[in-house]
Design a protein around this ligand. Sequence first.
Ligand code: IMP
Ligand code: MG
Length: 174
Amino acid sequence: MRLISPPLIRREQIQKKVSELAKEICRTIKIENLYVIVILKGAIFFASDLLRELPPIYSLDFIKAESYQGCSSSGEVRITDCHISKIEDKQVLLIEDILDTGLTTQKIYNCLIEHSPKDIRLCVLLEKKKSREGVTVLSDYVGFFIEDKFVVGYGMDYDGKYRNLPDIHIFEPW
Ligand code: IMP
Ligand code: MG
């Protein structure tokens, strides 16, 4: 197992990008009516930094999803915890750490759309450059596009480890 150094993305770059994303979000949606939903666990650090750069929002909730075994998606997404208040006619902002296959986001999006929100926007810190079969949801706000490599840090884990690293590193499990 190998944590590649130097980091792929350093904490200073993340901080700067988070501020830019917050500005872009403020420019493009009405924050005072914003219903934010954070996908756990990976997006925890990203969301808490991003949200502190936004003016007061309307509401904040969390959905917990699991699909990864080691370094790859099992293809089956389990929503293990879903506490959502009424999002009918609300502007929703979904915050996710990383878009890989897109299956997690697609499943959560399909689930939320049934509750008739006014609109759902997707904000991801990282998006892997790859094609996504059977996935129609696109991200509206992206921090960094990265190569199709497994990464850890700033919330992202390998089997539960490395989430609290302040920088983002490529991780090789072999
Ligand atoms: P997807 O469903 O394949 O798009 O993956 C979504 C979820 O898998 C993300 O929310 C992450 O929690 C996790 N994930 C995807 N790629 C990585 C990675 O490179 N490192 C750590 N977690 C990842
Ligand atoms: Mg995640």
